[in-house]
Design a protein around this ligand. Structure first.
Ligand code: BV8
Ligand code: ZN
Length: 253
């Protein structure tokens, strides 16, 4: 059930200079991508420290690759949902629109978003740990088990191009995300439990710098008490509703 979208939000949006969206796994849930911490969460079975970190990979690359291959298969079979398409539409509606995502599923790009800051990498990219050579999924040696680099004389371990726990976020993306959060007139935190740092610090950075802070989530989170507007519901319903209201406002003025 989509909550009412207050006129005050639509007025703020249509007069905003900079609008920033910050997304987490919840925006992909309606596409069928399991979230991390939901009951169906992929981490219900596994724990992040067991899999999404370099030492786990070096200790047991077969297990980590098994987990990523399973996730790559899910992501290859799903499609962007109405929430992703609404976010892509927002780029056309708001010139100063920035999309910051913690997601690695490439669904924002597949939905047509162009100005995306991927803080935690992209599961469709991989690279050689030894020489850094990039590998798309289609370039991976199809052998089961752990793919190794085919560069002459290398044979290094190939890993998914995602940010693991204990690893730094990509510097350019992080710097741009902090700038876009600080500059935002309106900042949306959509579909994230706000547990993973430093990404989870961005909504409060925006608020401290004067942004109107909106949260879209079917459940309250640790951020909810600090937001200016909590739209409780599904991003796949609320985001398209916001796009429709902004378009109406643009027409009637
Ligand atoms: C770092 C890529 C500096 C991999 C991910 C000890 C040692 C080292 C670091 C730490 C430490 N202790 C803490 C840290 C920091 C650590 C951290 O934050 N840990 C947490 C667990 C406490 N962070 C890091 O390590 C980061 N790096 O700090 O570097 C450093 C360097 C060296 C030493 C020290 C510090 C790197 C973090 C990146 C980890 N990589 N992913 C992969 O995916 O395989 S994180 C992973 O979780 C995803 O990227 C995801 O984005 C992220 C957050 O999860 P959410 O997106 O929020 O998803 P979640 O399931 O939690 O929530 C979904 C939400 O959606 C829910 O609220 C639900 O209600 C809602 N929802 C559901 N359906 C819908 C919906 N909303 C809307 N619509 C719907 N339909
Ligand atoms: Zn190599």
């Amino acid at each position: 059930m989509t909550p009412p979208i207050p006129d005050t939000l639509i007025s703020r949006l249509t007069s905003a200079g900079a609008v920033t969206f910050f997304t987490g796994a919840g925006v992909s849930a309606e596409s069928g991508v399991p979230t991390f911490r939901g009951t169906d969460g992929i981490w219900a079975k596994f724990k992040p420290e067991e899999l999404a970190n370099l030492s786990a990979f070096m200790k047991n690359p077969e297990l980590v690759w098994e987990w990523y291959r399973a996730r790559k298969t899910i992501i290859a079979t799903v499609r962007p949902n109405a929430g992703h398409f609404a976010l892509a539409a927002m780029e056309a509606l708001f010139p100063g629109c920035t999309l910051i995502t913690q997601n690695i599923d490439n669904l924002h790009r597949r939905a047509g978003s162009r100005h995306i800051l991927e803080l935690h990498g992209n599961i469709e990219r991989n690279y050689c740990l030894k020489c850094g050579a990039p590998y798309g999924d289609e370039d991976l040696p199809q052998t089961e088990g752990v793919p190794r680099c085919s560069r002459a004389g290398c044979a290094g371990l190939i890993r998914p191009d995602v940010v693991w726990f204990g690893e730094m976020l990509p510097e350019d993306e992080w710097d741009a995300a902090v700038r876009a959060s600080a500059a935002a007139d309106v900042f949306f935190s959509v579909g994230t439990s706000g547990i993973v740092y430093p990404a989870a610090s961005l909504p409060l950075t925006a608020k401290q710098q004067g942004a109107f802070l909106v949260e879209i989530n079917p459940e309250p989170t640790s951020l909810t008490r600090s937001v200016d507007l909590f739209l409780q519901g599904l991003s796949g319903e609320i985001l398209p509703a916001i796009v429709e209201r902004v378009k109406e406002k643009r027409i009637v003025g």
